[in-house]
Design a protein around this ligand. Structure first.
Ligand code: C2E
Ligand code: MG
Ligand code: MG
Ligand code: MG
Length: 280
């Protein structure tokens, strides 16, 4: 029968669905072992401050170094681990790796830049979600101002009250808090007035066109940056890939940039070379 026949399309769909289920079963079977075997590796992507052109921090981003399949990007396993709850363990593992590295840098008398970690929505179901973070931070004796916790914007439209409460807890622990993926979801602007974050991370969708030639796109970015400044928040533009974008962001006074134009996420030793070459 032809490819457009409903029967063919159905089998195709069923096969794809079947493949996905197999993949998820496989991940489910292997995740705990992978955690013990340290197959999850933390990469770091630096951020620069536009005014000074200096490294001012980095984001910790997890990858799965699977012995059979090689390096697997987070988009292929995080959504599934958010469904089955394993993300809670994985986020804490990533956080512990970050604290370990910061401790090594401090012991070597290097001035570390603050590092941000992503916090999955799953944590917020537990009223004591931050306790484990604080325990780990204290175990490595890391000054809390060196830690930034990223909460994704999509959470705002789901449960604003919980997010406000979570930001408060994060601040009480002395950590910095940022709103990730800003502008990608459906949260309304007036929510920002009740969201007391320190940093807004502009979603990389704003930087799809490399040449910044579209007046309307530029106007929107400029307006968001102006607004966040009035709200006394700092701004990070994510996913910046071109020099033209960088120049534009300088002219409109964006504070920081994180993107391939500076560096892709890299293993910790490469990150150290970059940030400490300059910071000493
Ligand atoms: P995110 O937190 O928004 O992280 C930024 C993503 O943008 C990263 O993708 C980064 O590699 C990518 N990116 C940065 N600059 C550029 C650029 O110039 N061009 C392009 N095309 N992409 C750029 P990555 O590492 O694949 O991570 C994807 C998402 O997975 C993250 O988005 C975050 O939501 C999630 N994720 C990663 N690590 C963790 C983790 O440890 N815990 C949790 N809960 N989520 C994580
Ligand atoms: Mg992030
Ligand atoms: Mg995110
Ligand atoms: Mg983001």
């Amino acid at each position: 029968c032809s490819k457009n026949h409903p029967f063919y399309r159905l089998t195709f769909f069923a096969q794809a669905e079947h493949q996905r289920m197999l993949k998820e079963k496989d991940m489910e079977n292997r995740m705990e072992e992978a955690l013990t075997n340290r197959e999850f590796v933390v990469y770091f992507q630096p951020k620069i401050e536009l005014k000074s052109n200096r490294y001012v921090g980095g984001e910790a981003l997890v990858r799965w170094l699977n012995p059979q399949k090689g390096l697997i990007p987070p988009d292929e396993f995080i959504p599934f681990f958010e469904e089955n709850g394993f993300i809670i363990k994985l986020d804490l593992y990533v956080f512990e790796c970050v604290c370990q590295h910061i401790r090594i840098w401090l012991d070597a008398k290097l001035t570390p830049a603050p590092i941000s970690v992503n916090l999955s929505r799953a944590h917020l179901n537990n009223p004591h979600f931050l306790d484990n973070y604080i325990l780990i931070q204290q175990k490595y004796n890391v000054p809390p101002h060196l830690i930034e916790i990223e909460i994704t914007e999509s959470l705002l439209s789901e449960n604003l009250e919980t997010v406000i409460w979570a930001i408060d807890k994060i601040h009480n622990a002395g950590f910095t808090c940022s709103l990730d993926d800003f502008g990608s979801g459906y949260s309304s602007l007036n929510m920002l007035s009740s969201i007391n974050v320190d940093v807004i991370k502009l979603d990389r969708a704003f930087f799809k066109s490399l040449d910044m030639e579209n007046d309307r796109e530029r106007a929107i970015i400029e307006t968001i940056i102006d607004m966040t400044k009035r709200l006394k928040m700092r701004t990070v533009s994510e996913g910046v890939e071109s020099g033209l974008q960088l120049e534009f962001l300088k002219t409109i006074d964006c504070d920081m940039v994180q993107g391939y134009v500076v560096s892709k996420p890299v293993p910790v030793n490469e990150f150290e070379k970059m940030i400490f070459k300059e910071r000493g």
